[in-house]
Design a protein around this ligand. Sequence first.
Ligand SMILES: [Zn+2]
Length: 285
Amino acid sequence: VTALEPLACRSYVGLVTTYLEHELDEPTASAFEQHTLICEGCVRYLEQIRTTMSLVSGRAAPSTSPSPRVGPEPAFAEVFAYKFLAPGRLGPFTGFAWPEHAWVSVTGRPRACRRGVHACRIGDLPYWINEELWVVELGEPVVRHADKVVSVAGRLDRRVAGWTGDAAERLARHCAVRVRDRACDALRAARLGDEADRLDSAPDDELAEQLGALAERAGGARAACEYGAVAFEALRDPPAAAAAGAAYVAALAAAQAGGITARDAERGDQARWLQRELGLPGDGA
Ligand SMILES: [Zn+2]
């Protein structure tokens, strides 16, 4: 995420689905790929949507790194964390099919994004939203990074039953409504209170169009309205993609309104929503 280029990220998010369906025209696809080179947040979001969409199309998730393998139980375990997987217990970025209950290990020292079993603390969950949520047991040593933990070995312990399509839809709406509320605040600050009142009472399925049309004449509230439009468009995607998309747009909208601190607070709100609604026990991290 780059707070300096909110317009670029906003456009990017709106184009991801079309890009993955190879429906963008040549100049737009080229601009899209340029942004992919410079924006870490959008790259991560693209990968998230790529894996959630691979389910819908029935295509296998792309394999981008060597797969881990089933291995022996490590000497030290009992560190519990969480892991989002694509349907069928597939690793979102490796395509690795996780066995139930068996230990999976990699050789050598764990390295973030290259080698190792990747998992989440509760605070990391909003960055990795996918179809299936599992509790994983990790073998020591566990290396802690800013938005994930990495280990040499892991084992799926149990699936989080509460993370269903319905829950994903509710999270997506929760995030989109927060983006709408930011747009309403920005409209009121721009003395467009009547427009804000109309948005407050509009049905969800009209908000993408209303916010998009309003953006054109919203003055200082333009960016906030555009984020709102993109967030409600995201609700039309399949549930897990909708949740990942609306959550990412909510973080971008927060960054636009209040910088990095507001963005991190927004991700914190999403993590607390997941913990509360899914009844996740704390992870001590
Ligand atoms: Zn971006």
